[in-house]
Design a protein around this ligand. Sequence first.
Ligand SMILES: O=C(O)CCC(=O)C(=O)O
Length: 288
Amino acid sequence: MDDSNPIDPASLPLRPVRPVTDEEVATFHRDGVVLLRGVLQPEWIRALSDPVDRVVGSGEAVDMGPMAGAAPDTPAFAGGVDHWRGDPVLAAFATRSPLASIVATLLDSVTVHLWEDSVLVKEPGSPFPTHFHTDASYFHLTGDRVCTTWVPLDAATPDSGVVRWVRGSHLDGVEYRPNLFVTDEPIPGTEGEVVPDVLGTPALADRLVTFDVEPGDVTVHHARTLHGAPPNTSSRRRRAVSVRYVGDDVRYLHRPGLPGRPGLDQVADGDVVGEPWCPRVWPVPAAP
Ligand SMILES: O=C(O)CCC(=O)C(=O)O
């Protein structure tokens, strides 16, 4: 991007290219994941590219390889959260973009609030799988209407590390412990069941689903859906922005062992999730 002519986030589209269909809503509720083909405009993909590269280049998204004991020159798997707080394009994407109406439709929710965003980049040759987990394990939340939108900036396939999900696992009724993404080791002090060896458990492995995705596609999964991703064995980058949202029935629940987040010490268990700590994104707020 030419820095002398920065993108005005207010000029980027607020509505998806097309509405989410009834069939896609049904798939999300049945499978705990849905692929929405071609819902994001190329303008959004172009606008996100520089901020994502900046977040990775500056170290704001941290290379998780060393947590898995990787040697210094190992191609990175970089990740972080809450980048929207420091970047106007990422803020617009998380709070004033087609994602809001997509999520309101899928969650069948009158209101939607932003929980967090995450930049997740697997460089070519990055040997790190994303270990299986459920997003709900990482959130100080209780409730059903919680989901993650995963937005690829590059075409992604199994060899470049596209995500895979255990179909229907959001309905299995298991609360799992969180791990550190690049190891199976649960985060100390957290509660729940340790995530099983998904690939080695036929009852889970037989339900795996994945998609080859292109920029413009968005996948949305329920926060209780088990998912992970293979390493990037290709020569292509695998850049993604993942944005997590909550709907009407969601309340705070302080969970032991998890990192804090802004405002968490100001809320009590059972409080509604909303402003000022979690911006409302649906209905779309008035322009700033
Ligand atoms: O991008 C990845 O490898 C993992 C994505 C993920 O787990 C998520 O966004 O919930």
